[in-house]
Design a protein around this ligand. Structure first.
Ligand SMILES: [Zn+2]
Length: 65
């Protein structure tokens, strides 16, 4: 019998960021309410980041700082 991994009881936190390409607001889920985010139009090889797609089809990256 496998034991199911308990899901996190904390709800997803959402933050609005602006797309660096068209400045459109995009809502993203944030794992940590306290962390500040940095938006970059390119991916870097360091830090915790997530890929975001804006409604206009742009791709950018959000970093935890
Ligand atoms: Zn965009």
């Amino acid at each position: 019998m496998e034991r199911a991994t308990a899901a996190s009881p904390e709800p997803a936190l959402e933050t609005e960021v602006a797309c660096p390409h068209c400045e459109r607001s995009v809502t993203i889920s944030r794992p940590d309410r306290e962390a500040d985010v940095t938006v970059r139009p390119y991916v870097a090889a360091y830090g915790s980041h997530s890929t975001v797609h804006c409604p206009a089809g742009h791709t950018f990256w959000v970093y935890d700082c």
